[in-house]
Design a protein around this ligand. Structure first.
Ligand code: CTP
Length: 405
């Protein structure tokens, strides 16, 4: 997901720096565009360093002596590449230009050229905000589908008290997420997700592993970030790139995964254990590479059941497990739901071809103490959202129960 953040000239321009970070925390890439006036308040370098992208400051490249066709058409490229345009702070001037369709700098040109949703967060002096001209322009923009994040009331930079202060960044982020179609229903939650398979060493070069690719857990982590959660992703080795904006912890063995989960459990309000944890580990790991001679026997011992341990000390957390089953699937999964004190378990029938392990797709059944929901075959990304929907439902049921008490 990519968002263009237009910064126009006002004292509140510095607050847009934090907004860049908050959007990035939600896994969103940010292309900053500054108006000429904005550059009087904050230097483009600040935004370039924060966003990791070149800041767009001019319609025609650097200096009129070197008109540059690449930058002249850049607004079209940006217009096509973004999923939303957010302007914060938006001055009375920018709002007027948007309302009248003027296109005399990059930001106003982009506004006309993009078909992506637009979020505008005004900030200005109270009289300017309340002026009939500004209010008429705001009405025009609203009628055209622009989402306005109304300014807060309070002390203004000009010394007056009233409406005109840039809305809190959280409110702007929420508006952007909803413009992107991401329901921010996990805002305020910290979700600990485990993913991938663990590796139990046999000797310095060999290990016992499993077929887990980590795709389901990574999809869950990314989907949870999109829905507004903070995510701690604890992962065994995979071929995947850690999703942006997660706190990523890499582990190898079941024991390392256990230690990492326990070390971070305190901060988590929701735990989702999608990892395929080894059930057995080698009793005595050889110091040297084992030579190939004669038959050989490995002694294995069971690993600690992390999920059961989490379930036992879960407190008010919502805990979701996964169950990889090949036979008697529903009954086995239901037993795990109860024995590990889970709120939900996602049943994977791993005997079915083309889904589950190391595949892009999955089909699952989400079991809760009170029911079962069949999720037919779909992408792991979509399955991830279904699992998170189930979590949100459990949250809502708990809130309802609490309100009845
Ligand atoms: N799990 C765990 N720690 C382990 C083994 C499994 O936390 N040592 C978790 C997995 O992450 C998964 C759930 O328990 O969320 C179920 O894993 P699964 O392998 O299906 O079940 P087991 O409890 O290991 O039972 P069995 O292998 O006997 O079916």
């Amino acid at each position: 997901m990519k968002v263009a953040l237009g910064v126009s000239g006002g004292i509140a321009a510095y607050k847009a720096a934090e907004l860049v970070r908050l959007l990035q925390d939600r896994g969103i890439r940010v292309q900053v565009i500054m108006t000429r006036a904005a550059q009087e308040f904050v230097r483009p370098l600040t935004f370039a360093a924060l966003s990791g992208e070149k800041v767009i400051t001019d319609l025609f490249g650097a200096g009129a002596e070197q008109p540059n066709i690449d930058s002249a058409v850049e607004h079209i490229a940006v217009a096509q590449a973004i999923d939303a345009l957010v302007v914060a702070p938006a001055t009375a001037d920018v709002i007027a230009k948007f309302a009248h369709g003027e296109a005399n700098d990059f930001l106003t040109t982009l506004f006309l050229a993009t078909t992506a949703p637009v979020v505008v967060a005004p900030a200005m002096n109270v009289n300017m905000w309340e002026h009939a001209a500004t209010q008429a322009n705001i009405d025009t923009l609203k009628k055209r589908g622009v989402k306005i994040v109304s300014p807060d009331s309070g002390y203004l930079a000009c010394g007056m008290i009233g409406a005109g202060r840039l809305a809190a960044n959280d409110k702007i982020v929420e508006a952007v997420l909803s413009a992107l179609g991401a329901v921010p229903d996990l805002v305020g939650e910290t979700i600990l997700v485990t993913a991938g398979g663990t590796r139990e060493p046999i000797d310095p070069v060999r290990f016992i592993g499993n077929r887990s690719s980590g795709k389901m857990g990574y999809a869950l982590a990314e989907a949870a970030v999109r829905r507004g959660a903070k995510v701690i992703l604890i992962s065994g080795p995979t071929a995947l790139k850690p999703p942006a904006s997660t706190e990523f912890i890499s582990v190898q063995t079941a024991e390392e995964m256990r230690n990492a989960v326990m070390a971070h459990l305190d901060r988590a309000t929701i735990v989702i254990k999608a990892a395929a944890v080894a059930d057995f580990t080698v009793s005595k790991v050889a110091d040297q590479k084992i030579k190939r001679k004669g038959p050989m026997t490995l002694e294995l011992q069971p690993t600690a059941d992390i999920l059961a341990e989490v379930g036992a000390k879960k407190g008010s957390r919502i805990v979701v497990g996964f169950a990889a089953e090949t036979w008697n699937t529903l009954e086995n999964a239901r037993k795990k739901l109860v024995s590990k004190s889970l709120d939900a378990i996602v049943l994977n029938d791993v005997s079915r071809a083309g889904i589950g392990f190391d595949s892009e797709r999955n089909a699952v059944t989400i079991l809760t103490p009170g029911g079962a929901e069949d999720v037919p075959e779909m992408s792991k990304w979509e399955v991830a959202h279904r699992v998170l929907d189930a979590v949100v439902k459990i949250k809502a049921e708990r809130a309802q129960q609490a309100s009845r008490r």
